[in-house]
Design a protein around this ligand. Structure first.
Ligand SMILES: Cc1cc2nc3c(=O)[nH]c(=O)nc-3n(C[C@H](O)[C@H](O)[C@H](O)COP(=O)(O)OP(=O)(O)OC[C@H]3O[C@@H](n4cnc5c(N)ncnc54)[C@H](O)[C@@H]3O)c2cc1C
Length: 314
């Protein structure tokens, strides 16, 4: 691997490359050991170059957005982590916006709102890059009526510029993406989203600001605050008609602590890092919750987050 690393390093811009870089600060959980190689990309072309080089040298790689939907193992990642900062964008007169996949949704939203384009303001307050948003088909509850319906980023998706698993660069539409609840084609193919085009609609800026304030306030009242209680959002996949969090809650596990990890007092599907949690603490807490729910309700909860890198054996 050392030889492959050296070859790979020669193909990348040395000023953007680090070795043995701890990953915890690059995740919203604030957990995770070091990546052997860590490369920061600043453009879609550079992202494609880094992925292509890693594939050529047979070095395992991982494209990292804001790290908001993953748990990185305590032993870190053997290979190359590519932190995607590619964030150039262009708005067109017909409401389309082309945006590189490393753009942060929280920075793109105000740009769209300021120009009077509506469609992505609903996702305010959710930590995500554009690439992460299409990977998972970012979603949130519609305000009307009573937050019963779910809206998805797929609703405003127009096309995606990909680097395919086979190494080809091409633009694909919705059909190719196979969006579903918490999923897209990117879960089953090693395609990389380089840039995305969203189709937005003319909107009323004041109304959009209202939606944003309401959504932020709704989230703020129901979810632990990331800046005080690091997390990866929902841990378990939704169970139709039941709610994974409700099942964990009914096992009396709200506030249950294991090592430095805790099931949130205010949302039982969210685990928080109390400051010194390890990935092992979180994994064990996940098993505790799964076992308790299975014993009481006969249902095995499935995890929603990705597990990245090497975990210590428990
Ligand atoms: C406090 C909190 C609240 C949340 N609330 C919500 C919510 O309301 N709704 C919701 O849907 N989600 C929510 N999430 C989950 C999370 O925000 C989303 O899944 C988000 O889209 C993750 O984006 P990311 O950039 O952090 O991706 P990462 O976590 O960095 O990566 C996730 C996966 O996407 C892949 N990926 C990233 N970029 C690319 C790319 N360019 N090409 C191919 N693959 C890529 C990664 O390799 C990885 O497998 C929440 C998370 C937190 C921490």
């Amino acid at each position: 691997m050392i030889d492959a690393y050296a070859k790979l390093a020669r193909e990348l811009d040395e000023s953007q490359l680090r070795r043995d870089e701890p990953l915890a600060p690059y995740t919203t959980f604030r957990i995770g050991g070091p990546a052997d190689l860590f490369y920061s990309t600043t453009s879609a072309d550079d992202l494609a170059l880094a992925v292509t080089a890693a594939r050529r040298e047979n070095v395992p790689y991982f494209v990292l957005g804001l790290g908001a939907n993953i748990l990185v193992g305590d032993k870190g990642f053997r290979g190359l982590v590519i932190r995607n900062h590619a964030s150039h964008f262009t708005f067109y007169d017909d409401g389309r916006v082309w945006v590189e996949s490393g753009a942060v949704m929280g920075e793109l939203i105000p740009e769209a709102v300021e120009r009077g384009w509506s469609g992505i303001e609903h996702y305010v307050g959710i930590p995500s890059t554009v690439g992460g948003a299409v990977w998972q088909n970012l979603h949130f509850l519609e305000p009307e009526p009573d937050r019963k319906q779910t809206m998805f980023i797929a609703d405003v998706f127009s096309s995606c510029d990909l680097l395919t698993e086979e190494g080809e660069r091409k633009t694909v539409g919705s059909d190719y993406m196979q969006f579903g609840y918490d999923t897209s084609i990117l879960h089953s193919r090693r395609d990389i989203a380089l840039a995305v085009t969203f189709q937005l609609m003319k909107g009323n800026t004041a109304a959009m600001h209202k939606v944003m304030q309401e959504n932020l306030s709704w989230r703020g009242a129901r979810h632990p605050w990331l800046q005080f209680h690091p997390s990866a959002g929902s841990i378990f996949q939704k169970i139709e008609g039941m709610g994974a969090g409700r099942l964990v809650d009914q096992c009396g596990l709200k506030g249950f602590r294991h090592g430095g990890a805790q099931i949130s007092h205010i949302h039982a599907n969210i685990m928080v890092n109390l400051g010194n949690a390890t990935a092992r603490d979180v994994r064990e807490l996940i098993t505790i919750a799964q076992d308790a729910v299975e014993k009481k309700f006969g249902v095995r909860l499935q995890t929603e987050i990705g597990f990245i890198g090497e975990f210590s054996s428990s």
